[in-house]
Design a protein around this ligand. Structure first.
Ligand SMILES: [Ca+2]
Ligand SMILES: [Ca+2]
Length: 254
């Protein structure tokens, strides 16, 4: 089943993007320089426009198409696989969007499969918070961030754990996301996600592979429109004692 997690499940083209905490406009390599869309892949939802630079995102956990894109974070959270050296370190995080989805690439070391070979269990990758109205006065309230301080103002949170499957055809890791919306009291309720995706499902909006995890979050569910600036916070799970486990940033939607 080692190839099961590498199936191409989703492809999209983007006409251009603005990414990162610095707010700079960036241009990716042309589509021709990117990996060709594998046969059988879904057709792009977006459009590749004339002389406009584009990027084709294939949800397969391989990050080659992102390498010309400035990451939101070069090192998300702390560096390293945690105190027991058995967890998954999130390195670069990339984001782009089209009219329908926000695409996120989490480059990891090791990959989920490599980590499973060494330590065959589940765990967590990260929580990714979105302040969708870019207003710290609205959204979640008083979420305990340990040394980071209280977490306030984020409307949405993606919880991204790693699970383990076992069946007649083998076993291995899978990855999911659960998108949670802060309620009127500012709390996130894990049991009531507004969107859930699992890499085990055909056509899933999340996948893992050699380079990490790629996912697509519907903008309609996230509650953001083109032009919006979203404040970001990533809480890496690998080392719960690391002061550097939190990373802040912003992303402005194309
Ligand atoms: Ca890290
Ligand atoms: Ca807010």
């Amino acid at each position: 089943m080692s190839h099961a997690c590498r199936n191409v499940v989703f492809t999209v083209c983007l006409i251009s993007f603005i990414a990162g905490g610095c707010g700079k406009t960036a241009t990716s390599p042309s589509q021709a320089e990117q990996k060709q869309t594998p046969a059988g892949a879904r057709q792009p939802l977006g459009t590749t426009g004339g002389d406009t630079a584009s990027i084709t995102v294939t949800l397969d956990g391989e990050a080659n198409e992102w390498l010309g894109t400035p990451p939101v974070w070069e090192e998300a959270g702390a560096a390293g696989p945690g105190p027991f050296e058995s967890d998954i370190d999130i390195k670069q995080v990339y984001m782009v969007n089209d009219k329908e989805h926000l695409y996120v690439c989490l480059r990891t070391n090791p990959s989920l499969q490599a980590r499973y070979a060494r330590a065959p269990g589940g765990g967590e990758l990260c929580d990714l918070y979105f302040d969708t109205d870019n207003d710290a006065q609205t959204g979640c309230k008083d979420v305990d961030g340990f040394d980071f301080g209280q977490i306030n103002g984020y409307e949405m949170k993606a919880w991204i754990p790693v699970g383990v499957y076992s069946g007649t055809d083998g076993d291995g890791p899978f990855v999911t996301y659960a998108l949670l919306r802060a309620d009127k009291n500012g709390d996130f309720t894990l049991s009531a996600p507004v969107e859930s995706q699992s890499s085990q499902d055909p056509g899933a909006l999340i996948a893992h592979g050699e380079d990490g995890v790629e996912m697509a979050i519907p903008l309609e569910v996230l509650g953001v429109d083109a032009g919006a600036t979203v404040r970001l916070l990533l809480k890496e799970a690998a080392d719960p004692f690391a002061k550097e486990r939190y990373s802040e940033g912003t992303y402005t939607l194309r």
